[in-house]
Design a protein around this ligand. Sequence first.
Ligand code: ADP
Ligand code: GLC
Length: 491
Amino acid sequence: MSRLKIAMLASECYPFAKIGGLADVVSGLSRALHAAGHEVIIILPKYAVLDAEQHGLRPFISPLSVWMGDTQEWCATYTTTYGGIPVYFIEFERYFGRPGLYNDAEFHNYPDNAWRFGFFTRAALQLCHEIGFAPDIVHAHDWQTALAPAYLKLWHWNDPVLGGAASVLTIHNLAHQGRYPADAYAYLGLQAANFTAEKFEEFGELNCLKGGLYYADLATTVSPTYARETRTPSGANGFAPFLARKGDHYLGIVNGVDYEQWNPASDHYLPNHFSPHALVGKATLKLALQRRVQLEPNADIPLIGVVSRLVEQKGLDLLAEALEAIMRAMLVQFVILGTGEKNLEWYFGPLPERYPGRIGSYIGYSEELAHWIVAGADFFLMPSYFEPCGLNQIYALKYGTLPIVRATGGLDDTVRQYDEASGAGTGFKFVEPSARSVYDTVGWAVSTYYDRKPHLRQLMATAMHEDFSWAQQVKAYVAAYEQAMTNKRAL
Ligand code: ADP
Ligand code: GLC
Protein backbone atom coordinates (compact mmCIF):
# COMPACT_ATOMS: atom_id res chain seq x y z
CA MET A 1 0.00 0.00 0.00
CA SER A 2 1.37 3.39 -0.93
CA ARG A 3 1.52 6.23 1.54
CA LEU A 4 -1.19 8.75 0.70
CA LYS A 5 -1.26 12.48 1.35
CA ILE A 6 -4.68 13.61 2.48
CA ALA A 7 -6.05 17.09 3.18
CA MET A 8 -9.14 16.86 5.39
CA LEU A 9 -11.40 19.91 5.01
CA ALA A 10 -14.21 20.13 7.54
CA SER A 11 -16.41 22.46 9.53
CA GLU A 12 -16.12 20.35 12.71
CA CYS A 13 -13.40 18.25 14.33
CA TYR A 14 -13.19 16.96 17.87
CA PRO A 15 -11.77 18.37 20.18
CA PHE A 16 -11.63 21.76 18.44
CA ALA A 17 -15.22 22.34 17.35
CA LYS A 18 -18.11 19.91 17.73
CA ILE A 19 -21.86 19.98 17.27
CA GLY A 20 -22.47 16.34 16.36
CA GLY A 21 -20.98 13.16 14.97
CA LEU A 22 -19.20 14.88 12.08
CA ALA A 23 -16.61 16.15 14.55
CA ASP A 24 -15.92 12.67 15.91
CA VAL A 25 -15.63 11.19 12.43
CA VAL A 26 -13.23 13.79 11.06
CA SER A 27 -11.05 13.41 14.13
CA GLY A 28 -11.18 9.60 14.37
CA LEU A 29 -10.69 8.98 10.66
CA SER A 30 -7.73 11.37 10.53
CA ARG A 31 -6.07 9.72 13.50
CA ALA A 32 -6.60 6.26 12.06
CA LEU A 33 -5.16 7.29 8.68
CA HIS A 34 -2.18 8.80 10.46
CA ALA A 35 -1.72 5.62 12.52
CA ALA A 36 -1.83 3.56 9.31
CA GLY A 37 1.12 5.57 7.99
CA HIS A 38 -0.63 8.11 5.76
CA GLU A 39 0.18 11.81 5.82
CA VAL A 40 -2.84 13.82 6.92
CA ILE A 41 -3.49 17.48 7.51
CA ILE A 42 -6.77 18.90 8.85
CA ILE A 43 -8.05 22.38 8.01
CA LEU A 44 -10.82 24.01 10.07
CA PRO A 45 -12.39 27.44 10.53
CA LYS A 46 -11.15 29.31 13.58
CA TYR A 47 -14.48 29.86 15.30
CA ALA A 48 -14.79 32.44 18.06
CA VAL A 49 -15.77 29.67 20.50
CA LEU A 50 -12.52 27.82 19.92
CA ASP A 51 -10.15 28.06 22.86
CA ALA A 52 -6.90 28.97 21.09
CA GLU A 53 -4.81 28.79 24.24
CA GLN A 54 -6.13 25.44 25.41
CA HIS A 55 -5.35 23.91 22.01
CA GLY A 56 -1.95 25.60 21.66
CA LEU A 57 -2.68 27.50 18.44
CA ARG A 58 0.27 29.38 16.97
CA PRO A 59 0.07 32.12 14.33
CA PHE A 60 0.91 30.74 10.90
CA ILE A 61 0.85 32.30 7.41
CA SER A 62 -0.67 35.77 7.57
CA PRO A 63 -2.04 37.46 5.66
CA LEU A 64 -3.34 34.86 3.23
CA SER A 65 -4.95 36.21 0.07
CA VAL A 66 -8.11 34.46 -1.08
CA TRP A 67 -9.94 35.34 -4.27
CA MET A 68 -13.71 35.03 -4.03
CA GLY A 69 -15.09 35.85 -7.47
CA ASP A 70 -13.86 39.36 -8.12
CA THR A 71 -13.29 40.07 -4.43
CA GLN A 72 -9.91 39.65 -2.81
CA GLU A 73 -10.18 38.74 0.87
CA TRP A 74 -7.33 38.64 3.35
CA CYS A 75 -7.36 36.26 6.27
CA ALA A 76 -5.01 34.90 8.92
CA THR A 77 -4.07 31.30 9.62
CA TYR A 78 -3.06 29.40 12.75
CA THR A 79 -1.69 25.96 13.41
CA THR A 80 -1.31 23.31 16.08
CA THR A 81 -0.87 19.55 16.13
CA TYR A 82 -3.30 16.91 17.26
CA GLY A 83 -1.90 13.43 17.92
CA GLY A 84 0.96 14.17 15.54
CA ILE A 85 -1.36 15.56 12.81
CA PRO A 86 -0.87 19.16 11.66
CA VAL A 87 -4.11 21.12 12.06
CA TYR A 88 -4.58 24.50 10.39
CA PHE A 89 -7.20 27.13 11.12
CA ILE A 90 -8.56 29.88 8.91
CA GLU A 91 -9.32 33.04 10.84
CA PHE A 92 -11.67 35.57 9.31
CA GLU A 93 -13.46 37.77 11.80
CA ARG A 94 -16.34 38.76 9.51
CA TYR A 95 -17.43 35.13 9.10
CA PHE A 96 -16.21 33.24 12.14
CA GLY A 97 -16.10 35.87 14.86
CA ARG A 98 -19.58 34.98 16.15
CA PRO A 99 -20.90 32.70 18.86
CA GLY A 100 -22.33 29.82 16.81
CA LEU A 101 -20.83 27.50 14.24
CA TYR A 102 -23.88 27.47 11.97
CA ASN A 103 -26.68 29.27 13.76
CA ASP A 104 -27.61 31.88 16.35
CA ALA A 105 -28.90 31.26 19.85
CA GLU A 106 -32.46 30.95 18.51
CA PHE A 107 -31.28 28.07 16.30
CA HIS A 108 -31.70 30.11 13.09
CA ASN A 109 -29.05 29.41 10.46
CA TYR A 110 -26.83 32.39 9.74
CA PRO A 111 -28.13 33.77 6.44
CA ASP A 112 -24.61 34.11 5.01
CA ASN A 113 -23.53 30.49 5.63
CA ALA A 114 -22.89 29.91 1.91
CA TRP A 115 -20.50 32.87 1.88
CA ARG A 116 -18.88 31.76 5.14
CA PHE A 117 -18.17 28.16 4.22
CA GLY A 118 -17.49 28.83 0.55
CA PHE A 119 -14.83 31.27 1.68
CA PHE A 120 -13.44 28.79 4.20
CA THR A 121 -13.16 26.05 1.58
CA ARG A 122 -11.42 28.26 -0.93
CA ALA A 123 -9.06 29.56 1.76
CA ALA A 124 -8.25 26.01 2.87
CA LEU A 125 -7.20 25.03 -0.65
CA GLN A 126 -5.22 28.24 -0.97
CA LEU A 127 -3.40 27.36 2.24
CA CYS A 128 -2.44 23.92 0.83
CA HIS A 129 -1.08 25.75 -2.19
CA GLU A 130 0.94 28.23 -0.08
CA ILE A 131 2.56 25.56 2.08
CA GLY A 132 3.23 23.29 -0.90
CA PHE A 133 1.13 20.44 0.48
CA ALA A 134 0.30 18.44 -2.66
CA PRO A 135 -2.40 16.00 -1.58
CA ASP A 136 -3.34 12.82 -3.37
CA ILE A 137 -6.78 13.31 -1.86
CA VAL A 138 -8.79 16.32 -0.76
CA HIS A 139 -11.48 14.90 1.51
CA ALA A 140 -14.49 17.20 1.94
CA HIS A 141 -17.33 16.65 4.40
CA ASP A 142 -20.95 17.71 4.01
CA TRP A 143 -22.18 20.82 2.22
CA GLN A 144 -19.92 23.14 4.17
CA THR A 145 -16.81 21.98 2.32
CA ALA A 146 -18.56 20.39 -0.67
CA LEU A 147 -17.31 23.13 -2.96
CA ALA A 148 -13.74 21.81 -2.67
CA PRO A 149 -14.14 19.32 -5.56
CA ALA A 150 -15.55 22.14 -7.71
CA TYR A 151 -12.73 24.56 -6.84
CA LEU A 152 -10.16 21.87 -7.59
CA LYS A 153 -11.61 21.24 -11.04
CA LEU A 154 -12.39 24.86 -11.93
CA TRP A 155 -9.44 26.71 -10.41
CA HIS A 156 -6.66 24.32 -9.51
CA TRP A 157 -6.62 21.87 -12.46
CA ASN A 158 -3.35 23.36 -13.63
CA ASP A 159 -1.89 24.11 -10.20
CA PRO A 160 1.53 22.48 -9.66
CA VAL A 161 0.58 21.77 -6.03
CA LEU A 162 -3.13 20.89 -6.19
CA GLY A 163 -3.53 19.84 -9.81
CA GLY A 164 -2.99 16.16 -9.03
CA ALA A 165 -5.45 15.94 -6.14
CA ALA A 166 -8.48 13.67 -6.44
CA SER A 167 -11.53 14.65 -4.43
CA VAL A 168 -13.75 12.63 -2.12
CA LEU A 169 -16.96 14.10 -0.75
CA THR A 170 -18.53 12.42 2.26
CA ILE A 171 -22.21 13.08 2.89
CA HIS A 172 -22.99 12.83 6.59
CA ASN A 173 -26.54 14.08 6.29
CA LEU A 174 -28.58 14.80 3.19
CA ALA A 175 -31.01 16.94 5.14
CA HIS A 176 -28.43 19.72 5.02
CA GLN A 177 -27.51 20.68 1.48
CA GLY A 178 -26.38 24.28 1.82
CA ARG A 179 -29.33 25.79 -0.01
CA TYR A 180 -29.06 29.56 0.00
CA PRO A 181 -30.29 32.44 -2.17
CA ALA A 182 -28.58 32.62 -5.54
CA ASP A 183 -26.96 35.96 -4.73
CA ALA A 184 -24.12 34.10 -2.98
CA TYR A 185 -23.14 32.49 -6.26
CA ALA A 186 -21.10 35.29 -7.82
CA TYR A 187 -19.05 35.68 -4.63
CA LEU A 188 -18.23 31.96 -4.61
CA GLY A 189 -16.50 32.33 -7.98
CA LEU A 190 -17.84 29.15 -9.54
CA GLN A 191 -18.46 30.71 -12.97
CA ALA A 192 -21.86 31.86 -14.19
CA ALA A 193 -22.07 29.10 -16.81
CA ASN A 194 -22.14 26.47 -14.06
CA PHE A 195 -25.29 27.82 -12.40
CA THR A 196 -27.37 25.11 -14.07
CA ALA A 197 -29.89 22.52 -12.88
CA GLU A 198 -27.23 19.87 -13.45
CA LYS A 199 -24.73 21.52 -11.12
CA PHE A 200 -25.39 24.34 -8.63
CA GLU A 201 -28.90 25.61 -9.34
CA GLU A 202 -32.05 24.28 -7.71
CA PHE A 203 -35.39 26.02 -8.16
CA GLY A 204 -33.56 29.28 -8.65
CA GLU A 205 -31.47 28.86 -5.50
CA LEU A 206 -27.90 27.77 -4.89
CA ASN A 207 -27.36 24.17 -3.72
CA CYS A 208 -23.76 23.72 -2.56
CA LEU A 209 -23.92 19.97 -1.96
CA LYS A 210 -25.42 19.24 -5.35
CA GLY A 211 -22.71 21.19 -7.17
CA GLY A 212 -19.94 19.65 -5.08
CA LEU A 213 -21.29 16.17 -5.73
CA TYR A 214 -21.24 16.81 -9.46
CA TYR A 215 -17.51 17.55 -9.38
CA ALA A 216 -16.38 14.99 -6.77
CA ASP A 217 -14.26 12.13 -8.09
CA LEU A 218 -15.94 9.91 -5.54
CA ALA A 219 -18.81 10.38 -3.08
CA THR A 220 -19.35 8.39 0.07
CA THR A 221 -21.87 8.34 2.85
CA VAL A 222 -21.64 6.92 6.33
CA SER A 223 -23.43 3.56 6.09
CA PRO A 224 -24.39 1.11 3.34
CA THR A 225 -28.08 1.23 4.29
CA TYR A 226 -28.17 5.03 4.11
CA ALA A 227 -26.41 4.78 0.74
CA ARG A 228 -29.24 2.49 -0.42
CA GLU A 229 -31.97 4.63 1.14
CA THR A 230 -30.63 7.75 -0.51
CA ARG A 231 -30.83 6.14 -3.92
CA THR A 232 -34.62 5.97 -3.48
CA PRO A 233 -36.85 9.02 -3.97
CA SER A 234 -38.38 8.80 -0.48
CA GLY A 235 -35.04 8.71 1.37
CA ALA A 236 -33.00 11.18 -0.62
CA ASN A 237 -34.29 14.71 0.04
CA GLY A 238 -34.50 15.20 -3.71
CA PHE A 239 -31.01 13.84 -4.35
CA ALA A 240 -31.88 10.39 -5.78
CA PRO A 241 -31.19 11.34 -9.42
CA PHE A 242 -27.90 13.06 -8.60
CA LEU A 243 -26.71 10.11 -6.53
CA ALA A 244 -27.88 7.67 -9.20
CA ARG A 245 -25.78 9.60 -11.69
CA LYS A 246 -22.68 8.80 -9.60
CA GLY A 247 -23.32 5.06 -10.12
CA ASP A 248 -20.55 3.01 -8.47
CA HIS A 249 -18.82 6.21 -7.46
CA TYR A 250 -21.15 6.60 -4.48
CA LEU A 251 -20.53 4.19 -1.60
CA GLY A 252 -21.58 3.68 2.01
CA ILE A 253 -18.87 3.12 4.63
CA VAL A 254 -19.97 2.68 8.24
CA ASN A 255 -18.34 5.14 10.61
CA GLY A 256 -15.69 3.89 12.94
CA VAL A 257 -15.47 5.02 16.52
CA ASP A 258 -12.55 6.04 18.62
CA TYR A 259 -12.25 3.52 21.45
CA GLU A 260 -9.59 5.67 23.06
CA GLN A 261 -12.34 8.21 23.77
CA TRP A 262 -15.18 5.75 24.28
CA ASN A 263 -14.03 2.77 26.30
CA PRO A 264 -15.55 1.60 29.60
CA ALA A 265 -12.16 0.33 30.76
CA SER A 266 -10.39 3.68 30.51
CA ASP A 267 -12.94 6.49 29.93
CA HIS A 268 -11.44 9.52 31.68
CA TYR A 269 -14.84 11.15 32.25
CA LEU A 270 -15.95 8.29 34.50
CA PRO A 271 -15.28 7.92 38.22
CA ASN A 272 -14.91 4.14 37.88
CA HIS A 273 -14.44 1.65 35.10
CA PHE A 274 -15.67 -1.73 33.92
CA SER A 275 -15.20 -4.41 31.31
CA PRO A 276 -17.20 -7.38 29.95
CA HIS A 277 -15.68 -9.57 32.67
CA ALA A 278 -16.04 -7.11 35.53
CA LEU A 279 -19.45 -5.45 35.34
CA VAL A 280 -19.77 -4.28 38.95
CA GLY A 281 -18.35 -0.94 37.87
CA LYS A 282 -21.32 -0.44 35.57
CA ALA A 283 -23.77 -0.97 38.44
CA THR A 284 -21.86 1.55 40.56
CA LEU A 285 -21.98 4.05 37.72
CA LYS A 286 -25.69 3.57 37.24
CA LEU A 287 -26.30 4.51 40.88
CA ALA A 288 -23.97 7.50 40.59
CA LEU A 289 -25.79 8.61 37.43
CA GLN A 290 -29.20 8.21 39.09
CA ARG A 291 -28.04 10.39 41.98
CA ARG A 292 -26.45 12.94 39.68
CA VAL A 293 -29.63 13.51 37.67
CA GLN A 294 -31.96 13.19 40.67
CA LEU A 295 -33.49 9.83 39.86
CA GLU A 296 -34.43 7.31 42.53
CA PRO A 297 -31.14 5.45 43.11
CA ASN A 298 -32.27 1.90 42.45
CA ALA A 299 -30.17 -0.73 40.72
CA ASP A 300 -33.23 -2.77 39.78
CA ILE A 301 -35.20 -0.25 37.73
CA PRO A 302 -34.24 -0.18 34.04
CA LEU A 303 -32.76 3.16 33.02
CA ILE A 304 -33.06 4.39 29.43
CA GLY A 305 -30.64 7.07 28.19
CA VAL A 306 -30.98 9.60 25.39
CA VAL A 307 -28.13 11.86 24.22
CA SER A 308 -29.07 13.75 21.11
CA ARG A 309 -29.22 16.90 19.13
CA LEU A 310 -32.86 17.88 19.59
CA VAL A 311 -33.83 18.06 15.93
CA GLU A 312 -36.63 16.58 13.89
CA GLN A 313 -34.42 13.86 12.36
CA LYS A 314 -33.97 12.15 15.73
CA GLY A 315 -37.65 11.17 16.11
CA LEU A 316 -37.87 12.37 19.69
CA ASP A 317 -41.38 13.68 19.03
CA LEU A 318 -42.32 9.98 18.82
CA LEU A 319 -40.87 9.47 22.28
CA ALA A 320 -42.75 12.54 23.51
CA GLU A 321 -46.00 11.10 22.15
CA ALA A 322 -45.40 7.69 23.72
CA LEU A 323 -43.91 8.85 27.01
CA GLU A 324 -47.03 9.25 29.10
CA ALA A 325 -48.24 5.78 28.25
CA ILE A 326 -44.78 4.33 28.93
CA MET A 327 -44.57 6.01 32.33
CA ARG A 328 -48.04 4.76 33.22
CA ALA A 329 -47.49 1.16 32.14
CA MET A 330 -43.84 0.47 32.95
CA LEU A 331 -41.52 0.75 35.93
CA VAL A 332 -38.72 2.49 34.10
CA GLN A 333 -36.53 5.60 34.33
CA PHE A 334 -35.26 8.00 31.63
CA VAL A 335 -32.30 10.34 31.48
CA ILE A 336 -32.25 12.78 28.58
CA LEU A 337 -29.42 15.09 27.48
CA GLY A 338 -29.81 17.33 24.48
CA THR A 339 -30.00 20.75 22.97
CA GLY A 340 -31.47 22.13 19.77
CA GLU A 341 -34.92 23.13 18.58
CA LYS A 342 -36.81 25.16 21.14
CA ASN A 343 -40.10 23.22 21.03
CA LEU A 344 -38.23 20.01 21.94
CA GLU A 345 -36.18 21.77 24.62
CA TRP A 346 -39.41 23.14 26.14
CA TYR A 347 -40.93 19.68 26.20
CA PHE A 348 -37.99 17.69 27.55
CA GLY A 349 -36.60 20.35 29.93
CA PRO A 350 -39.45 20.35 32.48
CA LEU A 351 -40.11 16.57 32.46
CA PRO A 352 -38.31 15.98 35.81
CA GLU A 353 -40.95 18.19 37.47
CA ARG A 354 -43.73 16.07 36.02
CA TYR A 355 -42.04 12.77 36.86
CA PRO A 356 -39.81 13.45 39.87
CA GLY A 357 -37.33 10.68 40.54
CA ARG A 358 -38.31 8.91 37.31
CA ILE A 359 -37.09 11.24 34.56
CA GLY A 360 -33.93 13.31 34.62
CA SER A 361 -33.19 15.77 31.84
CA TYR A 362 -30.50 18.29 31.08
CA ILE A 363 -30.90 20.82 28.28
CA GLY A 364 -27.43 21.75 27.12
CA TYR A 365 -24.22 20.26 25.86
CA SER A 366 -22.01 18.23 28.17
CA GLU A 367 -19.35 15.78 27.02
CA GLU A 368 -19.01 14.49 30.55
CA LEU A 369 -22.70 13.81 31.14
CA ALA A 370 -22.91 12.18 27.69
CA HIS A 371 -20.23 9.70 28.77
CA TRP A 372 -21.97 9.07 32.09
CA ILE A 373 -25.28 8.34 30.35
CA VAL A 374 -23.78 6.09 27.69
CA ALA A 375 -21.95 4.21 30.43
CA GLY A 376 -24.48 4.14 33.27
CA ALA A 377 -27.80 3.53 31.52
CA ASP A 378 -29.16 0.06 30.74
CA PHE A 379 -30.60 1.02 27.36
CA PHE A 380 -29.93 3.78 24.84
CA LEU A 381 -32.84 5.07 22.75
CA MET A 382 -32.57 6.46 19.21
CA PRO A 383 -35.97 6.51 17.45
CA SER A 384 -34.61 8.43 14.43
CA TYR A 385 -36.74 8.97 11.31
CA PHE A 386 -33.49 8.70 9.41
CA GLU A 387 -29.92 8.25 10.61
CA PRO A 388 -27.05 8.32 8.14
CA CYS A 389 -24.90 6.42 10.63
CA GLY A 390 -25.29 7.45 14.25
CA LEU A 391 -22.40 7.12 16.66
CA ASN A 392 -24.07 7.04 20.04
CA GLN A 393 -25.55 3.59 19.54
CA ILE A 394 -22.06 2.32 18.64
CA TYR A 395 -20.59 3.92 21.75
CA ALA A 396 -23.44 2.45 23.80
CA LEU A 397 -22.69 -1.07 22.53
CA LYS A 398 -19.15 -0.86 23.92
CA TYR A 399 -20.54 -0.01 27.37
CA GLY A 400 -23.09 -2.84 27.32
CA THR A 401 -25.88 -0.26 27.12
CA LEU A 402 -28.32 -1.89 24.74
CA PRO A 403 -29.57 0.26 21.86
CA ILE A 404 -33.30 0.61 21.19
CA VAL A 405 -33.37 1.99 17.66
CA ARG A 406 -35.44 2.44 14.57
CA ALA A 407 -34.09 0.18 11.82
CA THR A 408 -32.91 2.90 9.49
CA GLY A 409 -29.56 3.89 7.97
CA GLY A 410 -26.55 3.16 10.11
CA LEU A 411 -28.73 2.20 13.08
CA ASP A 412 -29.86 -0.83 11.10
CA ASP A 413 -26.29 -1.64 10.02
CA THR A 414 -24.73 -1.48 13.48
CA VAL A 415 -27.37 -2.98 15.82
CA ARG A 416 -28.32 -6.65 15.53
CA GLN A 417 -31.87 -7.55 16.43
CA TYR A 418 -32.44 -9.46 19.67
CA ASP A 419 -33.63 -12.99 19.02
CA GLU A 420 -35.89 -14.10 21.86
CA ALA A 421 -35.39 -17.76 21.03
CA SER A 422 -31.61 -17.80 21.39
CA GLY A 423 -30.68 -14.55 23.11
CA ALA A 424 -28.53 -13.55 20.13
CA GLY A 425 -28.25 -9.93 18.99
CA THR A 426 -27.17 -6.62 20.45
CA GLY A 427 -30.32 -4.50 20.72
CA PHE A 428 -33.98 -3.85 19.97
CA LYS A 429 -35.11 -2.55 16.57
CA PHE A 430 -38.42 -1.36 15.14
CA VAL A 431 -39.34 -0.33 11.65
CA GLU A 432 -42.44 1.84 11.69
CA PRO A 433 -41.79 5.45 12.72
CA SER A 434 -44.66 5.73 15.19
CA ALA A 435 -45.25 6.38 18.89
CA ARG A 436 -46.86 2.94 19.07
CA SER A 437 -43.63 1.29 17.87
CA VAL A 438 -41.58 3.26 20.38
CA TYR A 439 -43.97 2.16 23.13
CA ASP A 440 -43.87 -1.48 22.06
CA THR A 441 -40.11 -1.65 21.62
CA VAL A 442 -39.33 0.10 24.90
CA GLY A 443 -41.78 -2.39 26.43
CA TRP A 444 -39.91 -5.26 24.82
CA ALA A 445 -36.58 -4.02 26.22
CA VAL A 446 -38.05 -3.44 29.67
CA SER A 447 -39.65 -6.88 29.79
CA THR A 448 -36.35 -8.42 28.76
CA TYR A 449 -34.73 -6.55 31.65
CA TYR A 450 -37.18 -7.90 34.19
CA ASP A 451 -38.06 -11.32 32.82
CA ARG A 452 -35.11 -12.63 30.79
CA LYS A 453 -32.01 -11.76 32.79
CA PRO A 454 -29.78 -14.44 31.19
CA HIS A 455 -30.62 -12.99 27.77
CA LEU A 456 -29.96 -9.48 29.01
CA ARG A 457 -26.48 -10.55 30.13
CA GLN A 458 -25.88 -12.36 26.85
CA LEU A 459 -26.92 -9.29 24.83
CA MET A 460 -24.63 -7.08 26.90
CA ALA A 461 -21.67 -9.41 26.47
CA THR A 462 -22.20 -9.65 22.71
CA ALA A 463 -22.61 -5.87 22.42
CA MET A 464 -19.43 -5.14 24.35
CA HIS A 465 -17.40 -7.36 22.04
CA GLU A 466 -18.55 -5.68 18.81
CA ASP A 467 -15.70 -3.94 17.01
CA PHE A 468 -16.32 -0.72 15.08
CA SER A 469 -12.81 0.61 15.58
CA TRP A 470 -11.41 3.01 13.01
CA ALA A 471 -8.53 0.59 12.51
CA GLN A 472 -11.11 -1.64 10.77
CA GLN A 473 -13.11 1.01 8.93
CA VAL A 474 -10.10 2.95 7.67
CA LYS A 475 -9.30 0.20 5.18
CA ALA A 476 -12.54 0.95 3.33
CA TYR A 477 -11.63 4.64 3.17
CA VAL A 478 -8.18 3.90 1.78
CA ALA A 479 -9.81 1.73 -0.90
CA ALA A 480 -12.22 4.58 -1.64
CA TYR A 481 -9.32 7.04 -1.94
CA GLU A 482 -7.62 4.72 -4.41
CA GLN A 483 -10.86 4.47 -6.39
CA ALA A 484 -11.12 8.28 -6.45
CA MET A 485 -7.55 8.55 -7.73
CA THR A 486 -8.33 6.04 -10.49
CA ASN A 487 -11.47 7.99 -11.41
CA LYS A 488 -9.51 11.19 -11.63
CA ARG A 489 -6.87 9.61 -13.86
CA ALA A 490 -9.63 8.26 -16.12
CA LEU A 491 -10.91 11.78 -16.87
P1 ADP B 1 -25.50 13.50 14.88
O1 ADP B 1 -24.17 13.75 14.27
O2 ADP B 1 -26.60 13.43 13.88
O3 ADP B 1 -25.82 14.44 15.99
P2 ADP B 1 -24.29 11.05 15.95
O4 ADP B 1 -24.89 9.95 16.74
O5 ADP B 1 -23.48 10.67 14.78
O6 ADP B 1 -25.47 12.03 15.55
O7 ADP B 1 -23.31 11.89 16.86
C1 ADP B 1 -23.72 12.64 17.94
C2 ADP B 1 -22.50 13.01 18.75
O8 ADP B 1 -22.76 14.23 19.43
C3 ADP B 1 -22.15 12.00 19.80
O9 ADP B 1 -20.76 12.01 20.05
C4 ADP B 1 -22.92 12.53 21.01
O10 ADP B 1 -22.41 12.08 22.24
C5 ADP B 1 -22.77 14.01 20.83
N1 ADP B 1 -23.83 14.83 21.43
C6 ADP B 1 -25.03 15.15 20.87
N2 ADP B 1 -25.72 15.96 21.70
C7 ADP B 1 -24.94 16.14 22.78
C8 ADP B 1 -25.10 16.88 24.00
N3 ADP B 1 -26.20 17.57 24.24
N4 ADP B 1 -24.09 16.85 24.88
C9 ADP B 1 -22.96 16.13 24.62
N5 ADP B 1 -22.76 15.42 23.52
C10 ADP B 1 -23.74 15.42 22.60
C1 GLC C 1 -24.48 13.23 10.77
C2 GLC C 1 -25.55 12.16 10.91
C3 GLC C 1 -25.16 11.03 11.81
C4 GLC C 1 -23.74 10.57 11.55
C5 GLC C 1 -22.81 11.76 11.66
C6 GLC C 1 -21.35 11.39 11.43
O1 GLC C 1 -24.56 14.20 11.75
O2 GLC C 1 -26.78 12.73 11.35
O3 GLC C 1 -26.05 9.94 11.62
O4 GLC C 1 -23.35 9.58 12.47
O5 GLC C 1 -23.15 12.72 10.70
O6 GLC C 1 -21.16 10.77 10.18
